[in-house]
Design a protein around this ligand. Structure first.
Ligand code: NAD
Ligand code: UD1
Length: 331
């Protein structure tokens, strides 16, 4: 049984490949390396001491994708491949819609052609927009504020329609909250190109002296200390959620969405403090204005994933900070 992992060289994909290999699955990875490095493939093999096929290919290239399905027996697809930078998606929306939405359509058409109808899809908590209350449940209203988020919501809708048209499909829509941390080995982790947009990658660059000061985007939100609250989840816990979702789609048909979060929110100041305590590193920071489009609070009610997938996150914020730092030190 082989699992095709699209975007398997990326941050979440690489960690999921490790967990799949550790659990004994055979995997095949396809990634065009637009936002990842070829060394990651070697690192996955080094961590797991397992071999697998890697194709440097673009989902938009139908013939390349078909060749992969033609020459392998694929049982299910875990679909991570996509562009994910919110700001960039506002600047070049067509590229985002084409890459994420068209890429997924080509993937689904190819899967249907080869009678592979099981998929785990990387969705995002961003499709809850500015939620009316927290914790967020899967049946909350959905809305988006930027092209990146819209691609995720469109893909969820496309997959819903696909299932309605053909009940042989089995699809899991995993709505991630804020993945951070890295593998314990320090060999794989999050290494964004250029200046990071997200909190933890920025913190580690300030701690390592590569950037001077972290800007805290606003301290006047209606939260515990005025700074934004998010549900940070260790990337290994998130990856393990994919294995549980995979088990479910192998056994049942249908389409279901699941929040993958810890259910606990932390403010920006709490994250900085946890990082400083766990790593012993100082993080220079200053309060600046709010980032446009940011919301005050966002955290999951993950009980559906617990009940239906048997999944819960177990790694705490200190472990997330320590593992992110261990990886960052090796870059
Ligand atoms: P990432 O950029 O590290 O990984 C995505 C991978 O997909 C990259 O290796 C990239 O090279 C590849 N890729 C992109 N377009 C491709 C294409 N057309 N063909 C082949 N490969 C392609 O991102 P990540 O953080 O690992 O995120 C994985 C998925 O999870 C994405 O779909 C992302 O939108 C989603 N997601 C991420 C977060 C987060 O905070 N990291 C949160 C919610 C959802
Ligand atoms: C980001 C994405 C969102 C995605 C989510 C999960 C943006 C605008 N949104 O949201 O689409 O679904 O990640 O990966 O990129 N912060 C600072 N200073 C910084 C960076 C962040 O104070 O330099 C604050 C933010 O205001 C926020 C918190 O830290 O309160 C987390 O920010 P970030 O890591 O960017 O994640 P999200 O805003 O949740």
């Amino acid at each position: 049984m082989a699992i095709l992992v699209t975007g398997g060289a990326g941050f979440i994909g690489s960690h999921t490949c490790v967990e799949l290999l550790n659990a004994g699955y055979e995997i095949i990875v396809v990634d065009n390396l637009i936002n990842s490095k070829p060394e990651v493939i070697q690192k996955i093999k080094q961590i797991t001491q397992r071999d697998f096929k890697f194709y440097q290919a673009d989902l938009l290239n139908r013939s390349e994708l078909e060749a992969i399905f033609e020459s392998n027996t694929i049982d299910a697809v875990i679909h991570f491949a996509g562009l994910k930078a919110v700001g960039e998606s506002v600047e070049i929306p067509l590229r985002y819609y084409h890459n994420n939405v068209s890429g997924t359509i080509i993937l689904c058409e190819t899967m249907a052609h080869y009678n592979v109808k099981r998929m785990v899809f990387s969705s995002s908590a961003t499709i809850y927009g500015d939620p009316q209350s927290v914790p967020i449940k899967e049946d909350f209203p959905l809305s988006t504020t930027n092209p990146y988020g819209s691609t995720k919501l469109m893909i969820e809708n496309i997959l819903q329609d696909l299932y309605l048209s053909d009940k042989e499909w089995s699809i899991s829509l995993l709505r991630y909250f804020n993945p951070i941390g890295a593998h314990k080995s320090g060999l794989i982790g999050e290494d964004p190109k250029g200046i990071p947009n997200n909190l933890m990658p920025y913190i580690v660059r300030v701690a390592s002296g590569k950037l001077e000061t972290l800007s805290i985007f606003g301290n006047d939100y209606p939260t515990i200390d005025g700074t934004g609250v998010r549900d940070y989840i260790h990337v290994v816990d998130l990856s393990l959620g994919h294995l549980d979702a995979l088990k479910k789609i192998m056994l049942t048909k249908g389409i279901n969405s699941y929040n993958l979060g810890t259910g606990k929110g932390y403010s920006v100041l709490e994250v900085i403090r946890a990082f400083e305590i766990s790593t012993g590193q100082k993080v220079n920071s200053k309060i600046t204005h709010r980032r446009p489009g940011d919301i005050a609070e966002c955290y999951a009610d993950p009980s559906k994933a617990k009940i239906e997938l048997g999944w819960t996150a177990s790694r705490d914020l200190y472990e997330m900070c320590l593992d992110a730092w261990k990886f960052a030190k090796q870059q």
